[in-house]
Design a binder for this molecule. Sequence first.
Ligand code: NAD
Length: 485
Amino acid sequence: MSSKRKITVAYGDGIGPEIMNATLSILEAAGAAIETDVIEIGEKVYLKGISAGIEPRAWDSLRETKVFLKSPITTPQGGGFKSLNVTTRKTLGLYANVRPCKAFAPYIRTHFPKTDLVIIRENEEDLYAGIEHRQTDEVYQCLKLITRPGSEKIVRYAFEYARKYNRKKVTCMTKDNIMKLADGLFHKVFNEVAKEYPDIEADHKIIDIGTALIADRPEMFDVIVTLNLYGDIISDVAAQVTGSVGLGGSSNVGEDVAMFEAIHGSAPDIAGMDIANPSGLLNGAIMMLVHIGQPDVAEKISNAWMKTLEDGIHTGDIFHEGNSKKKVGTQEFAQAVIERLGQKPQNMAPASFAKGGDEGAGDLRLTKREPSKKELIGVDVFIDWKEGQRDPNIIGDRLRQVNADGLKLRLITNRGVKVYPDGMKETFCSDHWRVRFLTADESAITHLQIIEVLKQVMELGFDFIKTEHLYLFNGERGFSLAQGE
Ligand code: NAD
C-alpha cells in the first residue's frame, strides 16, 4: 500500500494505555498502513474542568481523520460529568452501533459454540435523547423519540451490512404489540426496507421473546437490528452467551466518522499490572481496518489472534486449566499474536472480511416521501391534581363544564387507564391525569380552541402541566387510544 491512512487514537484511562500499546504493536507488525494522531480524552481532561471529557483540539483531529480508535476511559464519580461516549456519538452523528458476538469454542468457554451474530443498534434516538421531566410530585417522564429517517437509516445500514458481509438473515426486534406507534414505526420501516433486499431473509421478534432466544438459542440469529435501549441490553446478553465479554470489539458508525473500541471499561482494578486482555480493543481495531479498506491486514491479524487462542496462550481472564497452556500478560500476548502473523487457525474458521471498505455514506439513501396531510382534531391536557381523595368523578364532573366551540371533555385516564366516565373503582390513581378533549364528530379544530380550553381549565382551578395535540395524518390517527376508550 502506498500511502498511510491517518487515524485518531486515544489511549484512555486505566488499562487503556496498555491495551492500546499492545494493539498498535500488532497493527504495525501486520503492516497496517496507518499513521496515528494521538488525542487526550477521559479522566485527565474531565479533571481539567472540561465536562465532556475530550479536549477541544480532538474534534479537529476527528473531523480530519474521520476514524477514531479509542481505549476505554474512566468516568469520574459525581455529578457534572457528561458521558464521553454519548457526547461523541451525538456530536459526530454515529447512528449505528455494531457489535459482533462470536463464540471461540472450545478455546473460550461457552454453552453455545455456534454463536455468530451481529447486533446493529440504533445509537441516537429512543429514550437516550435524554429528555426527562418531573411533572408532578409523583410522576417523572422520559420521552421516547423514534423518527422515520432515524429508523430508515439504521434498518438500511443493517441490510447493507448483511449483504456486504454475506449474512443471510436480518431480525428486527421491537415491542410494537405495546408501543404501536413508536416501535410500530420502526417495524413498519423495517418491513418497507426489507422488500428492497429480497436476497436477505427478514424476520421480526418481540423484544422479550427475542432476548430469551438470544440467551437460549443464539445460533438461530444472524444480524439483529433494534432500537437504542433494547440494543444496549441485548448486546450485553449476546456478548455474555458467547463467553467473550472481554474479547468483543464494537464500532459506532456515522455518515462521516466512525469510532472503534472494546466493549469493556477501563478496569481500574488491574490497571498498570500488564495482565489485561488486549483482545477487545484488537477486535475493534480489526473492524477499523475493514472499514478503512485494509481487510487483508484485518484477516491476517484475526487469523493470528485465533491461532494464539488455539495454541492455549491466554491472558488470566480467559485462562482455564485444560484449554489453556500458558498464562501471559498483555504485552506477551501481543508478542504471541505477532509471532503468528501469517498463520491461520486450524480448528476455527479463518477470518474472511468484506472487501472495499465502509467509508462514506454507502447506499443509505432515504426514501423520498411527500409530507402527510396533518389535521388537528383535539388535545390531551395533563393535570396535576391530588384533592378529593383523587376521585375521578370529582375532577371529571368539574371539567365537563369546559367547552371551547364544541371542543369538550371526552374522557380522563390515569396512567393510561380510563377512569372517567365509567371508571372502575379499583383503578389506582396517581396525581397525574390525562384529560382528552375532542369535538363530538372529531372534526378539525384550531389552536385558539386549545388555548380557550386551557384558559377554562385554569379558571376552574386546575394546574395543567402539559398538552399533547391530537392529529390525524392523512386521515390516520396519530395518537393511541386509552385503555378502555
Ligand atoms: P470494566 O469493564 O472496566 O471492568 C469489569 C471487570 O472486568 C473488572 O473486574 C475488570 O478487571 C475486568 N476487565 C475488563 N476489561 C478487561 C480486560 N481487557 N482484561 C481483563 N479483565 C478485564 O467495567 P467497570 O468496572 O464497570 O467500569 C470501570 C470504568 O470503566 C468506569 O469508570 C466506567 O465508567 C468505565 N467504562 C468505560 C467504557 C468505555 O470507555 N467505553 C465502557 C464501560 C465502562
